[in-house]
Ligand binder design. Structure first.
Ligand SMILES: [Zn+2]
Length: 222
């Protein structure tokens, strides 16, 4: 009897530690009125239309600080010619930004460096209510506002796949393509992080429309 009590007492803290580990990581969320203002302006401007590849629904996430006023599920971009797999859950301003990047940067770069067109982007992440880099106690990620998308691979019409993970330091054509696509993203998004930034981004490009700096006009391109 005595022995079983001792073993239970030893086991209990271990069980509690495991329970604590399994809990969702916590984050810090700031009050940022610009987010809703920007989203409302985008919705009022009517720049995003429902199509066979863009579905729209009221509200995303909640009741919490995560999410958006309106949910857009984007299964393809550039008039449906480039698939997003799986479909990305995005807030309004991100939809035309992805479209612009793919059409004006990714497609020409694929033709120039790889001699083929891009038909699909693999989406490693879009909406996710979590702290930055999943670090407990960090600020809420732009993914939590559906204001970010992670792209891991570009699929070409000829069947080739250019993955950020292998291509960033791969053959010359892939390297040039990925660097061009990364650099070009910096003219569209306000945050662009790739393998040159840190180990968390070794296998994807993180693209978002966060505001940086005191005037909100800063950009991060790494
Ligand atoms: Zn990301």
């Amino acid at each position: 009897m005595f022995r079983s009590r001792v073993s239970l007492a030893l086991l209990l803290p271990a069980v509690l530690a495991l329970w604590a580990c399994s809990q969702t990581p916590q984050f810090i969320a700031k009050d940022e009125p610009w987010r809703a203002d920007e989203e409302r302006a985008c919705l009022a401007a009517g720049v995003v239309h429902e199509t066979s590849f863009v579905a729209s629904r009221d509200s995303l996430g909640g009741p919490s600080v995560c999410g958006a006023l309106r949910r857009f599920t984007v299964a393809a971009t550039v008039h449906g010619s480039v698939q997003l797999r799986p479909a990305a859950l995005l807030r309004c301003p991100m939809v035309p930004a992805v479209d612009r990047w793919v059409e004006s940067v990714v497609m020409p770069a694929a033709r120039y460096y790889l001699g083929s067109s891009v038909v699909e982007l693999k989406v490693a992440a879009s909406y996710s209510c979590r702290p930055m880099n999943n670090v407990d106690g960090a600020n809420l990620s732009e993914h939590g506002h559906a204001n970010a998308v992670d792209i891991s691979t570009f699929v070409l019409a000829d069947g080739r796949e250019v993955a950020v993970k292998s291509g960033w330091w791969g053959g010359l054509a892939e390297r040039n393509f990925l660097r061009d696509v990364h650099r070009g993203a910096c003219g569209v998004f306000t945050t662009v992080l790739g393998p040159g930034y840190d180990i968390n981004h070794r296998d994807h490009f993180h693209l978002d429309l966060a505001r940086h700096g005191r005037d909100g006009e800063g950009r991060i391109c790494k």
